[in-house]
Design a protein around this ligand. Structure first.
Ligand code: IMP
Ligand code: MG
Length: 358
């Protein structure tokens, strides 16, 4: 029995969707506990691309239960699209449970999300910030009062399921540095996204959590405004943006690109208590002869880089640690040493099975 959480260790878009889809195999229930249609989780199965905004990856898996707990801002139009696009609606073996306490995004929230403040921050404009404002002001509408139909006390459902030995996967949204409290305020989202949000939003006690997976890419991206210490502007950033399809899954905006920032990732590991690391998009840098990785900060707080050797060979077909090129093994060892946390999964391509389990 495992109760796992997936947390993005940077600014979102590190591949939580694909990690969640992969790990769903050994879980019974997939849960979203925060964010809303501001998030976009991209998953490839059998060459087909799925982008979900509100549903966890479990929605793509026959026989699995998907849950939206309090803390998830529901936009009904987006939810309906997700339900159709994932195939959940046409498969009675896939169940969706929605908590009546989910805040509801209405037209007025989307309108308010194009204000000057929203522009300065570079929000996704999906109405999530204003909906959270109304929740805090205690004037917002909730799912159970707006929509007729079955709802579930998901806190109780999850507690009972875990007590009966079911495995649950909590799929975080956004990323550590977009957290309202621990992120790069004011350039952050409107809610907590760190591991604690699982307990406060879903209403389950911390002692039930068994595994915390931290997800990060071999390079970095950020969409929207705000600080990004290892940002890269040269032609190589263009190359990575194209090769890695680094355009917002929700807004289509080009993502800002930079180098892996290990001191920032390490801090995110500490705050979230990460046990296992899931490294993604390693294949995207396969053609580079070498590239920088930020390993430290100098006395002025500027990034200190180490140039690491590239492997210059395709790796998408590799499935075992033994097959990986030596240069990549060296890099994995460097990352584990710096982060003091084991890497258990390396994603070498977007498809469901393109993962090396270490
Ligand atoms: P909001 O969440 O739409 O209010 O946007 C606040 C900030 O978080 C902006 O910089 C957005 O680009 C960013 N953001 C929100 N959701 C995501 C996400 O799922 N991935 C990446 N960035 C996000
Ligand atoms: Mg995304």
């Amino acid at each position: 029995m495992s109760v796992s959480v997936i947390i993005d260790l940077f600014f979102g878009d590190c591949g939580k969707g694909r990690c969640s889809d992969y790990l769903m195999e050994k879980h019974d229930i997939g849960v979203r506990f925060n964010g809303g249609p501001n998030s976009g989780h991209t998953i490839f199965v059998g060459g087909k691309k799925y982008v979900t905004h509100l549903l966890p990856a479990s929605a793509l898996h026959p026989g699995k239960i998907s849950v939206l707990t309090p803390g998830v801002c529901v936009d009904m139009a987006v939810l309906k699209e997700d339900i159709t696009n994932t195939g959940l609606s046409g498969d009675p073996s896939r169940v969706l449970l929605i908590d009546p306490r989910c805040p509801v995004i209405l037209e007025e929230h989307r309108v308010r999300d194009v204000s000057m403040t929203s522009k300065k921050i570079g929000t996704t404009g999906r109405g999530v910030g204003p909906t959270m404002e109304d929740q805090a002001a205690r004037v917002g509408k909730r799912y159970g009062e707006v929509y007729a139909g079955a709802t579930t006390d998901t806190s109780e459902f999850l507690y009972r399921s875990i007590c009966r030995g079911k495995s649950v996967l909590f799929e975080g949204a956004q990323g550590h540095y977009l957290d309202l409290w621990h992120g790069t305020y004011p350039f952050v989202t409107s809610a907590p996204v760190t591991v604690g949000a699982v307990c406060t939003n879903a209403g389950i006690p911390p002692r039930l959590i068994t595994d915390i997976y931290g997800v990060f890419k071999i390079y970095s991206t950020r969409v929207g405004e705000g600080p990004f210490p290892t940002e890269e502007f040269g032609p190589v950033s263009e190359f990575i943006r194209e090769e890695g399809h680094e355009y917002g899954a929700t807004t289509g905006r080009p993502r800002r690109v930079g180098w892996l920032d290990l001191p920032m990732i390490k801090k995110a590991c500490r705050v979230n208590g990460v046990n296992w690391l899931f490294l993604t998009k390693v294949d995207i840098l396969s053609s580079l002869s070498s590239f920088p990785v930020c390993v430290d900060r100098d006395l002025k707080g500027n990034p200190v880089y180490k140039e690491v050797r590239g492997w210059q060979t395709p790796i998408g077909h590799m499935r075992t640690y033994g097959e990986l090129p030596d240069q990549l093994k060296e890099l994995l060892a460097l990352i584990e040493r710096k982060l003091e946390t084991p890497i258990t999964h390396v994603s070498v391509g977007p498809e469901r099975n393109e993962v090396v389990v270490i």
